[in-house]
Design a protein around this ligand. Structure first.
Ligand code: ZN
Ligand code: ZN
Ligand code: ZN
Length: 97
């Protein structure tokens, strides 16, 4: 079974990835949750369990790195295969209000 290279949790066992940001060509973006992928994700979601069909996170949660259903926040294509260069996972603590 696949494992996320960043949070080191197994696909389909962890409810969400703990790495909530990604740096793309020098700019940091918040990663989009599963519903943000729109139709393509909805077709792939398991209707019974409401988890991502590929990486297994709960609906509405951030995908694991390596999931083919995560959308790139920069160009809108699938992050795993889009044309953006210099994509680096970023782990940032939530800032206190
Ligand atoms: Zn996923
Ligand atoms: Zn992960
Ligand atoms: Zn992209």
């Amino acid at each position: 079974m696949a494992r996320c290279e960043q949070c080191l949790q197994q696909f389909h066992q962890a409810d969400a990835c703990t790495w909530q940001h990604v740096e793309i060509e020098g700019q940091v973006y918040g990663r989009e949750g599963t519903y943000a992928f729109g139709k393509r994700f909805e077709q792939a979601v398991n209707a019974d369990k409401d988890r991502c069909d590929d990486c297994g996170v709960l609906a509405g949660s951030v995908h694991h790195f390596g999931c083919t259903l995560e959308r790139c926040p920069r160009c809108g294509e699938a992050l795993a295969t889009c044309a953006c260069d210099e994509v680096y996972p970023r782990y940032e603590e939530k800032k206190q209000a």
